[in-house]
Design a protein around this ligand. Structure first.
Ligand code: IPT
Length: 266
């Protein structure tokens, strides 16, 4: 049995950990996985056609896609079933996604419970549906507490961008109490910028990541973050791909996330 997987940049930790989980669960089930990596969402259609030509029986798509793009891809693949991992629940497609709003809320609540009020936000790229959902969730949770973000910056998920934007967020007249970062790789760069500026984490600034990728417990200090269970997501995706439910309505699952408290917050 052969499955297809279209993924965003595998140099990023989260997508590579999802692929790892998909590959091993599929192997356990005696299935092989053909992988196509795309640099731009516009390349998805060509990737899909190439995988269909190799007779995959079902497809998994981990590329951030706006609703019309996901729906068009689903139509193009029909009758081959497709499951999407990085779309909004408003897209009329089968999807298995993490609850971004809940994750954003957990991060804000954690910082508020520690007494922090001047909270800066480092978002992911504007083009990513998940990045936008996390940013909106942070802003909503802050607004519920009667607060506004102390500053907002936007990176591209890489540690390099976290480093660069971290320096920007630290260069204002007053230091923020804390920075909520949209992923762990950018949080790594932020902590490097803090170290260069002589700003203590968590003594002067608390840092919260998002993902809990495999290395995050080994950052210095070990990173407090929002855990997305990538292995579970990959495994459940394979279960669905091997026995897809094709009904009148879309199959949509939203996975909860959890706060993992380590030593970058105090
Ligand atoms: C999302 C990660 O949280 C982020 O760190 C980055 O790697 C991004 O993927 C790449 O697209 S996880 C995704 C399933 C929403």
């Amino acid at each position: 049995r052969t499955l297809g997987l279209i993924t965003t940049d595998l140099a990023l930790h989260a997508p590579s950990q999802i692929v790892s989980a998909v590959k091993s669960r599929a192997a356990e089930q005696g299935a092989s996985v053909l992988i196509s990596m795309v640099e731009q969402p516009q390349q998805c259609q060509a990737a899909l056609q190439a995988l269909l030509a190799q007779r995959v029986e079902a497809l998994l798509v981990n590329v951030p896609l706006d609703d019309p793009d996901a729906e068009a891809l689903r139509a193009l693949a029909s009758p081959v079933p497709v499951l999407f991992l990085d779309v909004s629940l408003s897209a009329q497609v089968n999807s298995l996604v993490f609850n971004a709003g809940q994750g954003a809320h957990l991060g804000v609540e954690h910082l508020l419970s520690l007494g922090h009020q001047r909270i800066a936000l480092l978002s992911g790229p504007e083009s990513s549906v998940s990045a936008r959902a996390r940013l909106a969730g942070w802003k909503a949770a802050l607004a519920r507490a009667g607060l506004e973000a102390a500053a907002v910056a936007c990176g591209d998920w890489s540690a390099a961008s976290g480093y660069e934007k971290g320096h920007v967020l630290l260069s204002g007249s007053a230091l923020p109490d804390a920075i909520l970062v949209a992923n762990d790789q950018m949080a790594l760069g932020v902590m490097r910028a803090c170290a260069e500026k002589g700003v203590a984490v968590p003594g002067q600034i608390s840092v919260v990541g998002f993902d809990d990728t495999a290395d995050s417990a080994w950052f210095s200090p070990p990173l407090t973050t929002i855990r997305q269970a990538f292995r579970e997501a990959g495994e459940r995706s394979v279960e669905w791909l091997l026995a897809p439910t094709e009904g009148e309505t879309c199959w949509q699952v939203q996975l909860p996330v959890t706060l993992v408290t380590r030593h970058s917050t105090a």
